[in-house]
Design a protein around this ligand. Structure first.
Ligand code: UFG
Length: 325
C-alpha cells in the first residue's frame, strides 16, 4: 500500500516506517523535525519536511496531484508530555486536537478512508480495575489524554457518518529500539523512565529521581506495562491491513499484560549494563497512577497480534545498544 506517515521521523513513527517498508509498503514521511530526527527516517522512505498544521501542504499531499495518492495515513505527530499538557493546554489543543481534526477533514475530502491513529492508555485515566481492557471507562486525568480521546470520538462519528475506517491504538509504556539497530538517533530531553535510566547508565546525566516509594505496590514504586516499539510497529502494520481487508474499525490496547515496578526496571538495567545506577527517591509526581497494566486479548483476536519482543531483558538490551555508544 501507499502510506503517508505523519511524524515518521519521531521515536515511534520512525520504527513504524521501517516495519512498513520491511513489509513491502511504499512510505512518504511528513515531519517538521521539531523532535524527530532526519537520520532516523528509513532511507527507503520519501521525506517531506513540513508541518501538518500547514493545511495547504497537507491538502496538496493528500490530493495526489503531485504524488501518488495514499491508501492509508498514519498519524504520530503529537505532543505527549502529560505533565506539560496540564500547564500549557493551548499547545496541546493546537497540535493534538485542531491539527488532527483538520487532517481528518482533508482525508474525507480526498476520499482516503484508512487511518491509523496513535492513541494512548492516557484515555483511561486512573484504573477502576486491572488489567485495563478496551471497555474500561475513558476518564482521562490529564489534558493530553483528553486530546487523544477527543480525536477517538471524532473518528467514531466520522466512521458512522462518512465511512472512514480507523484504528485507534492505545499504547501503554512504549520503550526499546529497533532490534536490528538501524535507528540510532536518541530522543532529546526525554521525560520517560527508560530513556532517563539509559542516560544515567551512559553517563549523560549523573543521577535520576524515582518519583515516590510509598505506592501500594510490591516495592512501593509504580508499576507499568512496557511494550517494545518493534511490537508496536508490527501491530500498526497489521491494523492497516485489517482496515483494508475488513469493513470494521479497531480500538485496541497494545500492551503485554505484565507489569514491572520502577525499581525492577532499574535492576534489569543494572544487570544488562553490569554496574549500579545512581538514583534518589523523591516525592510522587502528580497524576501517576500506582499501577497500569493492560489486557491485549482483543488485539490477539482481531489482528492476531501478541507482544514478542517486550520481555524486559530484550527491551533494555535493545536500548543499551544505542545508548552505550
Ligand atoms: N519515573 C520515575 N523517574 C523518572 C521518570 C519516570 O520514577 O525520571 C516513573 C514515573 O513516576 C512512573 C514510571 O516511572 O511511575 C513511568 O513513567 P513514564 O513517564 O515513563 O511513563 P508514564 O506511565 O507516566 O506515561 C507513559 C507515556 C504516556 C502514556 C502512558 C500510558 O509517557 O504518554 O505511558 O501508560 F499515556
Amino acid at each position: 500500500m501507499n502510506v503517508l506517515v505523519i511524524g515518521g521521523a519521531g521515536y515511534i513513527g520512525s520504527h513504524i516506517v521501517y516495519e512498513l517498508i520491511d513489509n513491502g509498503h511504499s512510505v512518504t514521511v511528513l515531519d517538521n523535525l521539531s523532535t524527530g530526527l532526519k537520520e532516523n527516517v528509513c532511507p527507503g522512505a520519501d521525506l517531506v519536511i513540513g508541518d501538518m498544521q500547514d493545511l495547504t501542504l497537507v491538502q496538496n499531499l493528500l490530493s495526489g496531484k503531485k504524488n501518488r495518492k495514499f491508501d492509508s495515513v498514519f498519524h504520530f505527530a503529537a505532543l505527549k508530555a502529560a505533565g506539560e499538557s496540564m500547564t500549557e493546554p493551548k499547545k496541546y489543543t493546537h497540535n493534538n486536537t485542531i491539527a488532527t481534526l483538520n487532517l481528518l477533514n482533508v482525508l474525507l475530502e480526498n476520499d482516503i478512508k484508512n487511518f491509523v491513529f496513535s492513541s494512548s492508555a492516557a484515555t483511561y485515566g486512573s484504573p477502576e480495575y486491572l488489567p485495563i481492557d478496551e471497555s474500561h471507562p475513558n476518564k482521562p486525568i490529564n489534558y493530553y489524554g483528553y486530546t487523544k480521546l477527543a480525536i477517538e470520538q471524532t473518528l467514531a462519528w466520522y466512521s458512522q457518518l462518512k465511512g472512514l475506517r480507523y484504528a485507534a491504538l492505545r499504547y501503554f509504556n512504549a520503550a526499546g529500539y529497533d532490534i536490528e539497530g538501524r535507528i540510532r538517533g536518541k530522543e532529546q530531553n526525554p521525560a520517560n523512565l527508560l530513556p532517563i535510566v539509559m542516560e544515567v547508565a551512559a553517563g549523560d546525566r549523573n543521577t535520576m529521581q524515582i518519583y515516590g516509594k510509598n505506592y501500594p505496590t510490591r516495592d512501593g514504586t509504580c508499576i507499568r506495562d512496557y511494550i517494545h516499539v518493534k511490537d508496536l510497529a508490527t501491530a500498526h502494520v497489521k491494523a492497516m491491513e485489517f482496515l483494508r481487508d475488513k469493513n470494521e474499525d479497531l480500538v485496541l490496547n497494545l500492551a503485554t499484560g505484565q507489569g514491572f515496578t520502577v525499581l525492577e526496571v532499574i535492576k534489569e538495567v543494572e544487570k544488562v549494563v553490569g554496574f549500579p545506577i545512581n538514583y534518589e527517591i523523591t516525592s510522587r509526581r502528580e497524576g501517576d497512577p500506582a499501577e497500569l497494566v493492560a489486557a491485549s486479548s482483543l488485539a490477539r483476536e482481531k489482528i492476531d497480534w501478541k507482544a514478542q519482543y517486550s520481555d524486559l531483558n530484550t527491551l533494555v538490551k535493545s536500548m543499551w545498544k544505542i545508548y552505550r555508544t
